[in-house]
Design a protein around this ligand. Structure first.
Ligand code: FAD
Length: 415
């Protein structure tokens, strides 16, 4: 007989947890404060990226962040404010920006990304999804020698981890991407990366889960967790008390606010990012990251998506037009014939990435609570790591042997 499991949060992580849990014979209910059609899991660039193996907290990033703090159009922006959670997070982030941490984090990030990529494909095949998924790799396009040298160093780390990466000159890039004019001097090319159209997978997954019998309580906000003797009795929403055997916190950038209710302090900040969609024919056929501008470009099903910026500014969904404009300008610098219209920019949307200080998600049971599992904090990689996270959470809840080492992802880890 399976367990009753309440999953708080119906973004991609919550849906994937629900999928594996329900398939394993548990009865799952998803609770979400939204109508499940917006946020990070809908606006993301759709990459399934083992290529992103370097954690955000890498040497030099804090220095860059501080320099960019006064530039309202920079790709990484930390809004200066007095907030103890932000200060603790920034302290821990700074401590993680060192080569030793990067060395430890890289294999863990690679393993969960590859595990998830395989599971994503298996789900598409097994459930007969028609969601868009292509295996065309990812170009890291560079405009300057300095950036290219930096990207080659990253590519060498990726190669040592066994990922397929090559270095391309401008002519080789043109051969790969012949139908759009490009203004770059070189690129690293990650053949190992795939890309998708996020809303298609999200919609098919929600429909499948309903057919499998998963309950959905939407537009219902969890406001508190009812604790008793190191376990959770139920979650209190703005409408009722919901009881279950086990609880999964998959509430994205809001997770630390809820975990606090059980005395579990998770360091996390919301990292806002934007997307601009264009349905004009651009000729772009291979996903790319514009390395100097940190803009992601994805040819999705029927449109091209341009996504970027990491704005650490709290839980705030206001669209900042300066940043939207900076993304559009960045695109034009690399693809001189691609001009995003005023209408396309006006339709920009944002989402909040759940960012931990060390660039690794929290996956597992915190020692302070017997029937709670945390599945959050995947930052820029949540789309790539969602299916693997779902599987790992199912294994924890059903006391199975874990497919991957969960120690690097422990919610109890100290920074
Ligand atoms: C612009 C952008 C581009 C990105 N590109 C990529 C990419 O190409 N590849 C990649 O791997 N990742 C990418 N990401 C990151 C990825 O999108 C996120 O890591 C991922 O979507 C996080 O999923 P989640 O389910 O944890 O959070 P969310 O999608 O934010 O879902 C959390 C859910 O919890 C709900 N919730 C929160 N609090 C409560 C509460 N109290 N009660 C009830 N419900 C609650 C929210 O309503 C929300 O629906 C990108 C992100 C952005 C913003």
């Amino acid at each position: 007989m399976g367990k009753e499991v309440a999953v708080i949060g119906g973004g991609v992580i919550g849906l994937c947890c629900a999928y594996f849990l329900q398939k394993a014979g548990n009865q799952v209910t998803i609770i979400d404060q939204s109508g499940l059609d917006q946020g990070a899991s809908y606006v993301n660039a759709g990459y399934l990226s083992p290529s992103h193996i370097i954690p955000l907290s890498a040497p030099g990033v804090m220095k860059k962040g501080l320099r960019w703090m006064f530039n309202r159009s920079s790709p990484l922006y930390i809004k200066p404010r007095f907030d103890m959670d932000l200060l603790r997070w920034a302290w821990a982030f700074n401590r993680s920006c060192n080569p030793k941490h990067v060395k430890k984090a890289v294999p863990a990030i690679k393993e969960i990304s590859i595990f998830s990529q395989q599971l994503f494909e298996e789900i598409i095949r097994a459930e007969k999804f028609t969601s868009h998924m292509e295996k065309k790799g990812l170009l890291m396009l560079c405009k300057t020698e300095k950036m290219l040298r930096e990207e080659i160093k990253v590519a060498e780390i990726a190669m040592r981890q066994g990922l397929e990466v090559s270095v391309l000159n401008a002519g080789e890039i043109r051969n790969k991407e012949p139908n759009v004019k490009l203004n770059t001097i070189g690129a690293t090319y990650y053949e190992c990366d795939w890309h998708t159209t996020p809303h298609e997978f999200m919609n098919e997954m929600k429909m499948l889960l309903r057919n499998l019998g998963v309950g959905f309580l939407l537009s219902e906000k969890v406001v508190d967790l009812k604790n008793n003797d190191n376990s959770i009795e139920g979650v209190i929403t703005d409408r009722r008390l919901i009881k279950a055997d086990d609880f999964v916190l998959a509430s994205g950038a809001w997770t630390n606010l809820l975990s606090k209710r059980t005395g579990i302090r998770l360091l996390m900040q919301a990292g806002k990012g934007y997307r601009i969609d264009s349905s004009k024919e651009s000729g772009i056929s291979i996903p790319a990251i514009l390395a100097e501008r940190k803009v992601a470009v994805t040819p999705m099903n029927g449109f091209t998506r341009f996504a970027g910026t990491m704005e650490i500014a709290g839980i705030d969904h206001k669209v900042n037009n300066i940043r939207v404009k900076a993304i559009a300008e960045g695109v034009h610098q690399y693809y001189p014939e691609v001009i995003l219209s005023e209408g396309e920019k006006a339709n920009a949307a944002c989402g909040l990435r759940p960012v931990t200080p060390d660039g690794l998600a929290y996956i597992g049971r915190p020692s302070k609570c017997k029937n709670l599992v945390i599945a959050a904090g995947h930052a820029m990689m949540g789309w790539s790591m969602a299916t693997g996270t779902g599987k790992l959470v199912e294994e924890v809840i059903n006391d199975k042997k874990s497919s991957l080492d969960l120690i690097p992802f422990s919610p109890d880890r100290k920074f």
